[in-house]
Design a protein around this ligand. Structure first.
Ligand code: SF4
Length: 412
């Protein structure tokens, strides 16, 4: 299953627990819609106070050097003090990035958030959300909504625009269409993120333990007892994209912490226009971007401003060190020779990220993203945001033990 990619052909993003590109702040547990793949319970724990948020930012500051903070939830836009939260993050020297479903976004709020220092939005839009006025729409039909959000951001200017969607077995075939849609909107859409759906399977293969105590994992949101497929790999998505766009390739990755040849984050960058993608950058391009940013700013790079994405022609200078950029430059100049008008068009950069969240391996080991960028805070400690419900409920992360092994343990 999934195409084989040799990690040696790609750049391992240098992100670690203490020196990373981003951190993950959850100012609220509340949400205004329900998404099928959500890891959080929309419950009465409600909104966090500004004091609590300040403490969490202090924990990030103590343990982590980062470029930005993803402000997620719940939906962060329904926190009554979201503008102040964005200001606090910005004053802390971090880029505030709002991870939202966008339902509560108005032009006025967007203006206020920009004034407070917002640098980016990642809109979660997919067909498994109970979104008012957009029920029963498929991934293609939802592009109309994506376009509305992209247009709103474009009008205000200076804010990065990303879209993410959870990918399920039945929505997987739409991924290439979304990548094509992103090309048609390359002037407004800077990043596309595809997250393979994951849930802990309650199919009887494992027992779950919090410390020595056996627990019923069915109480937490990211479990599945249905027959929904929970093992779509990043490389399955890669393969599908490669079939539609033979030039498609990734350039950088994060591996799994317990399965080194698994690709938990697979990052691609491409240069092109609405009419044509000239190619996908290579690992050296990513390495230089990360290292140069770190040398200059003291932290790795997460989100770039829209004006950087417009500088595709300057990026061709990296031909000197990146063979794939060299190929892009060749194609670009040949096409300009064929039609010199093209020289006056902007060449733009766009990212495509594929994420494969936690997997439980055969022996019960959990394979997390090594160098997880989405660490959040619980009780003064850094924890994986995708599994926050476990320490909240059981006081620690849960171990999965294959049934056979737990029987042996009992007999011993
Ligand atoms: S380990 Fe979990 S929280 Fe961290 S990046 Fe992976 S999926 Fe996200």
């Amino acid at each position: 299953m999934g195409t084989y990619l040799d990690p040696k052909n790609y750049y391992r993003l240098p992100w670690s627990l203490t020196d990373n590109a981003i951190s993950w702040l959850e100012p609220t547990w509340k949400c205004n819609i329900v998404c099928e793949g959500c890891y959080r319970i929309n419950d009465p724990r409600g909104h966090k106070s500004l004091e609590q948020i300040k403490e969490e930012l202090a924990v990030f500051k103590k343990f982590r050097t980062t470029d930005g903070v993803s402000i997620a939830g719940g939906d962060p836009l329904i926190h009554p003090e979201i503008v102040e939260i964005v200001r606090m993050v910005a004053e802390d020297g971090q880029k505030p990035i709002l991870n939202t479903n966008g339902v509560a976004l108005t032009k006025e709020l967007l203006q206020e958030l920009k004034k407070a220092g917002a640098k980016g939005f990642t809109f979660h839009v997919d067909s498994k959300q109970s979104r008012p006025h957009w029920k029963d729409k498929n991934e293609i039909e939802l592009c109309e909504l994506r376009e509305q959000f992209a247009e709103m951001l474009h009008e205000v200017g200076g804010i990065s625009c990303a879209f993410n969607s959870t990918v399920y077995e039945d929505t997987l075939p739409y991924v290439p269409d979304l990548v094509e849609w992103a090309q048609q909107h390359i002037d407004k859409v800077h990043v596309m993120v595809f997250i393979a759906y994951r849930a802990a399977e309650l199919d009887g293969r494992f027992d779950y333990y919090a410390g020595a105590e056996k627990v019923d994992l069915g109480e937490i949101p990211y479990t599945a007892s249905s027959d929904r497929k929970v093992d779509i790999l990043s490389t399955d998505i890669y393969e599908l994209l490669k079939k539609r766009f033979p030039d498609f390739d990734s350039a950088a990755y994060l591996n799994g912490n317990n399965k080194p040849d698994s690709f938990k984050w697979l990052l691609s960058g491409r240069l092109g226009t609405k009419e044509r993608i000239y190619g996908y950058v290579g690992p050296k391009f990513m390495e230089v971007s990360q290292i140069f940013h770190h040398l200059r700013h003291g932290h790795y790079l997460a989100y770039t401003e829209p004006k950087i994405h417009r500088r595709g022609k300057s990026m061709l200078l990296l031909s000197a060190i990146d063979a794939k950029v060299r190929q892009i430059a060749k194609k670009y100049f040949l096409s300009v020779m064929a039609n010199p008008i093209r020289l006056f068009k902007r060449l733009r950069y766009q990212s495509i990220m594929i994420i494969q969240p936690p997997d439980v391996l055969e022996d019960g080991t959990q394979n997390m993203c090594d160098g997880c960028p989405d660490m959040t805070v619980l009780n003064g400690k850094l924890v994986w945001s995708c599994r926050l419900e476990e320490p909240l409920r059981y006081g620690c992360f849960v171990n999965s033990v294959p049934k056979q092994a737990s029987k042996v343990a009992v007999l011993d």
